[in-house]
Design a protein around this ligand. Sequence first.
Ligand SMILES: Nc1ncnc2c1ncn2[C@@H]1O[C@H](COP(=O)(O)OP(=O)(O)O)[C@@H](O)[C@H]1O
Length: 190
Amino acid sequence: MNLILFGPPAAGKGTQAKRLVVAHNMVQLSTGDMLRAAIASGSELGQKVKSIIDTGGLVSDDIVIDLIKTNLPAAEAAGGAIFDGFPRTVAQAEALDAMLAERDSTIDIVVRLKVDDNALVERIEKRFAEQGRSDDNPESYKVRLAAYNAQTAPLLPYYATQGKLVEVDGMGSVEEVSARIEAALSEHVS
Ligand SMILES: Nc1ncnc2c1ncn2[C@@H]1O[C@H](COP(=O)(O)OP(=O)(O)O)[C@@H](O)[C@H]1O
């Protein structure tokens, strides 16, 4: 099974991805985590993307597509990929479809986590206070939300047309959301 966790920044994708990893023996492919690891390592890639990420912009499609291409085979070999924070643009979604097709594989389900705007702001403020992630400050978050609305939300009709989009209420506790995702998977993925 290959699954996309879809939703605005701070919707809970990373948290739910980690629970799915445990429950289904899948591998989380988070481009955000990969990029942060590159920054932490001080690599050339990390130096290139740091200021873009800190200010809330999107890294170029080529960079994130490459990261996914490198990590996809191991994820599929292990039982499937959970895409978290990727794809974020239509170009990324098309590249993902092409690279899966080349492997005779496909996306099985796109789970959209729906969270109220007010709750998103509360979550991001809490995470900033607790973790101090450099792109969780209010200015960068505004840019990230704008990027989501302008470039990522158009993927909803892209996956709806393919019949793969399932909406899940992302409000409430981690456990409640997790239970809803599991119910959606049982219903929609054979
Ligand atoms: N698929 C992607 N395309 C472009 N930029 C990305 C992508 N994934 C991550 N990034 C960069 O990394 C930042 C953090 O991403 P992520 O950890 O997924 O944050 P969140 O889930 O809170 O939105 C993004 O704001 C963006 O700068």
